[in-house]
Design a protein around this ligand. Structure first.
Ligand SMILES: CC(C)(COP(=O)(O)OP(=O)(O)OC[C@H]1O[C@@H](n2cnc3c(N)ncnc32)[C@H](O)[C@@H]1OP(=O)(O)O)[C@@H](O)C(=O)NCCC(=O)NCCS
Length: 239
C-alpha cells in the first residue's frame, strides 16, 4: 500500500473509531514483502518478547503452543509474523512517544493480516480500561467467499441489519480478538445486536460480555475495531 493510501486509511479509521473512546491509541501497518527484508536489533527482539506477551490469546499456551521450530523464512506465515513484529515495534514507538510514562505491560494490542498487509492496533490501557479488550480485523473486499457464508455465520435476527457476509465476518473476528475470555469460544458465537448504518458502528455480545465496534469501509478493505467492555463483576462470581 502506498504511503498516501495508508495515511488516508489511518485518517478514515481515526474518524470511525472516535466514538469507541479508546484513549491513547495508535495503529501501524507493514507490507509483508518489505518486512521480510528487515533485520531486527537485539534491543528490538527483547522488546518484541514483551510486546507479543501482551497480545490477546498469547497468554493461553493451549491456544498458542510454543513452536518446536519457527516456520521457514520463505513461507507466507513467516512473512506475516515478521510484518506483525514490525507493526508491534512501530506501535510501541508511537505510543511511548504519546504517553512517555507508559510501560509495555499497560498496552492492549491486536493484530491482523490480509493479502499483503499486516495492521496492528494498540492503546495504553488506563484505570477503568484494564479489564477491557481491543481487537482489529482486516478483510479484502474482493475476497472469494464460500457459498451461503452469511447464513452459516449469523442467526436470523442478525441479518436484519443488511450487512454483507464479509462485513459480518470482520465484525465477529474483531470482537473475538477483543474478547479476553475467548478460549473455547468460536468467532461466530459473537452475535451482532445493533448496527447503525449512519456511523457504521454497533454492538455485539457473547454470553454476558458486551462489545462496541466500528466498521471502516475504505477502498478495497473492511476494517473493524472492537472494544470488549469491562465485564460486570457477576461474571467472576462462583455460581
Ligand atoms: C484468531 C483468529 C480470529 C485469527 O483470524 P485470521 O483471519 O485467521 O487472521 P488475522 O490475520 O486477522 O489475525 C491473526 C492474528 O490474530 C491474533 N490472534 C490469534 N489468536 C488470538 C486469540 N485467541 N485472541 C486474540 N487474538 C488472537 C494473532 O495476533 C494473530 O497474528 P499473529 O499470529 O501473526 O500474531 C481465527 O483464526 C481463530 O482462530 N478463530 C477461532 C476459532 C474459530 O472460531 N473458528 C471458526 C469456527 S466457525
Amino acid at each position: 500500500m502506498l504511503k498516501k493510501d495508508w495515511e488516508s486509511l489511518r485518517a478514515a479509521l481515526g474518524i470511525s473509531i472516535h466514538p469507541l473512546q479508546l484513549g491513547t491509541w495508535s495503529v501501524a501497518s507493514r507490507d509483508l514483502e518489505d518486512s521480510a527484508r528487515e533485520e531486527l536489533s537485539e534491543t528490538a527482539k527483547t522488546a518484541l518478547v514483551a510486546l507479543r506477551g501482551q497480545l490477546n490469546g498469547f497468554s493461553n499456551p493451549r491456544q498458542n503452543p510454543p513452536r518446536k521450530q519457527p516456520p521457514p523464512a520463505h513461507t507466507r506465515r513467516m512473512r506475516e509474523r515478521l510484518a506483525g513484529d514490525l507493526c508491534l515495534l512501530d506501535l510501541w514507538g508511537s505510543l511511548s512517544k504519546d504517553a512517555p510514562e507508559s510501560s509495555i505491560s499497560e498496552l492492549q494490542l491486536s493484530l491482523t493480516h490480509s493479502q499483503n498487509l499486516a495492521v496492528a492496533l494498540g492503546r495504553v490501557a488506563r484505570d477503568g480500561q484494564r479489564e477491557e479488550g481491543i481487537g482489529i480485523d482486516l478483510e479484502f473486499r474482493n475476497r472469494k467467499l464460500i457459498p451461503n457464508l452469511l447464513e452459516r455465520i449469523t442467526e436470523h435476527e442478525e441479518r436484519r441489519f443488511g450487512l454483507h457476509a464479509l462485513q459480518v465476518w470482520t465484525i465477529k473476528e474483531a470482537c473475538f480478538k477483543a474478547n479476553r475470555f475467548n478460549a473455547g469460544s468460536a468467532v461466530t458465537e459473537h452475535r451482532i445486536r445493533d448496527f447503525d448504518p449512519e456511523t457504521n458502528s454497533g454492538k455485539a455480545v457473547i454470553g454476558k460480555l458486551h462489545f462496541d465496534f466500528a466498521l471502516t469501509i475504505w477502498n478495497d478493505w473492511y476494517l473493524t475495531v472492537a472494544r470488549m467492555n469491562a465485564p460486570k463483576h457477576g461474571l467472576f462470581l462462583a455460581p
